[in-house]
Design a protein around this ligand. Structure first.
Ligand code: BG6
Length: 498
């Protein structure tokens, strides 16, 4: 970034700001990628001065706590605070002179980025207030050349970034999009799904299309099924307020899991341009085979870990799911009738986000009597710490006098090969927002397709919830989720790969 920018973070004292945004900003700063002068303004309910907010960030953000003191001090002086309630115009009115003060200080009309890092219930209030106070219009000094001369168009100098989940269902997502498009042009809108920013997921394009060996088998002649597991050992912890109104289907299912699946299903883009890449992603998601609420009991499982209801800010009678698993299909020529099994859970046995592409078993033809393993070739793509990498499970002869088969893994690990992790997304995403590159951000049609599918599940759950004997399946913390999640795949004669 050569030019200054103002990044206003709504939810400036929240979990996302502390754990993702500030560490990412600091990392960009350390690498000299934020330019000479920039302004980060936290906007939140608490009453804090700039100094108190700086102190708060330095104490709560691990990267800053352990960072080089001079570097931290130089970084943190670019951070400011504005107290305000998301649904009350007062704070926004006070933000106006603060932001224009930065313009005056630098003698420039600075690009303003509004980052919505709050629970999704606040999005509409924030967008409305940005529009009513005209903060959404920027400093008003950018010009567009038209046939009738130069016109002021400050909007060119504002951008809005919105975290997932984008809406609560299809209808609210559509309404949110309509609201946004009344105020911002598409090129100003950055719909964030941070999984798109992970190197490990971006690598799917390179892995699939830069290596000629995978394309010929990437279809229903060779692939038996695809598994995607996102298991987290952490529980909901301090995020009860956000999570209890959302649940794992909306927190993971509608976005991260779908984008991971899209990276498997999508075709090769024509070029590495924003629209080409978004086109192939959207086409993959547009091919999701619809389900009906009536199919939900057979294709979707939800669960809640024991003790969840005791979490701070969680309703003691909550039926919110901390685990979800479902089966789905993508009706493309390559993937027609290949089942995808997806699951995501909190408080699970292991931290792993992985894709397992299980190929059809052919070994039995010749080797049946020599111990053909139950599952043969598997392409295992691990997207998250601590095991980011790719492995191919192949069958080999064990060294012994008798002919016996076993499986072995050929593997590559990000940290071992490149000396660093490939799963930190926010530095990349923030840099893209600052420079205006939308390739790794959702387009409306992608969200529309995923919400169409997820909303049918929600409708199916509504029906289940009304049944007098229905109870959300429980599971033990540190397990692989409820038994029903295991049965989802086993009833098809398959097994989760662990
Ligand atoms: C977020 C979810 O989007 O992704 C969290 O809200 C989840 O619940 C997180 O823990 C996982 O991201 P990562 O990058 O840590 O795998």
């Amino acid at each position: 970034m050569n030019s200054p920018f103002i990044l206003t973070i709504f939810g400036g004292t929240g979990d996302l700001a502390q754990n993702k945004l500030f560490p990412a900003l600091f990392s960009l700063y350390k690498h000299g990628l934020l330019g000479e002068r920039f302004f980060v303004v936290g906007f939140s309910r608490r009453s804090l001065s700039d100094a108190e907010y700086r102190d708060f960030i330095c104490k709560t953000c691990d990267k800053l706590k352990t960072g080089d003191t001079v570097m931290v001090n130089n970084f943190i002086r670019n951070v400011y605070y504005q107290q305000g309630f998301f649904d009350n115009r007062d704070g926004y009115d006070k933000l106006i002179p603060r932001l224009s003060g930065f313009d005056t200080e630098t003698g420039a009309c600075i690009t303003r980025i509004f980052y919505l890092a709050t629970p999704p219930d606040n999005y509409e209030h924030i967008i409305n207030n940005l529009a009513q106070t005209k903060l959404s219009e920027g400093c008003g000094l950018a010009f567009t050349e038209t046939t009738s001369g130069r016109q002021i168009d400050g909007r060119k100098l504002t951008r809005i970034a919105i975290e997932k989940p984008f809406g609560k269902d299809l209808e609210t997502a559509r309404n949110l999009d309509i609201k946004l498009s009344e105020i911002f042009e598409e090129k100003q809108i950055f719909r964030v799904d941070h999984y798109l920013g992970k190197d490990t997921l971006q690598n799917m394009l390179a892995f699939r299309f830069a290596n000629g060996i995978f394309d010929p088998v990437w279809n229903n002649n060779y692939i038996d099924h695809v598994q995607i597991t996102a298991s987290e050992t952490s529980d909901v912890s301090t995020r009860g307020k956000f999570f209890d109104g959302v649940g794992n289907l909306r927190d993971w299912g509608q976005n991260h899991l779908m984008q991971i699946a899209a990276s498997v299903v999508m075709e090769q883009p024509q070029s590495f341009t924003k629209e080409s890449v978004r086109d192939v992603r959207a086409a993959a998601l547009g091919s999701i085979r619809p389900i009906t609420p009536g199919q939900v009991p057979e294709m979707v499982v939800r669960g809640q870990y024991e003790g969840y209801r005791l979490t701070k800010d969680v309703d003691p009678d909550s039926n919110t799911e901390t685990f979800v698993a479902f089966k789905m299909f993508f009706d493309t020529p390559r993937f027609m009738d290949i089942p995808f099994y997806l699951r995501a859970g909190k408080n699970m046995m292991r931290n792993d986000v992985e894709i397992n592409i299980v190929l059809k078993q052919t070994c039995h033809l010749l080797f049946k009597e020599y111990g053909c393993p139950e599952i043969g070739n598997v392409l295992r793509i691990r997207l998250d710490d601590p095991n980011e990498g790719i492995g191919i499970r192949v069958i080999a002869k064990k060294p012994s006098a008798v002919y016996k088969l076993d499986t072995v893994d050929l593997s590559f690990n990000y940290r071992e090969r490149f000396g660093k992790s490939g799963s930190h997304a926010y530095p990349k995403l923030l840099l893209d927002i600052l420079t205006g590159d939308q390739m790794l951000f959702n387009r409306s049609d992608e969200l529309e397709s995923t919400w169409e599918f997820i909303t049918e599940i929600l409708k199916g759950w509504d029906i289940e919830n009304k049944s007098p004997h229905w109870k959300i399946p429980g599971y033990k913390p540190g397990s692989w989720g409820p038994q029903e999640g295991i049965e989802l795949i086993e009833k098809d004669g398959r097994k989760w790969i662990i």
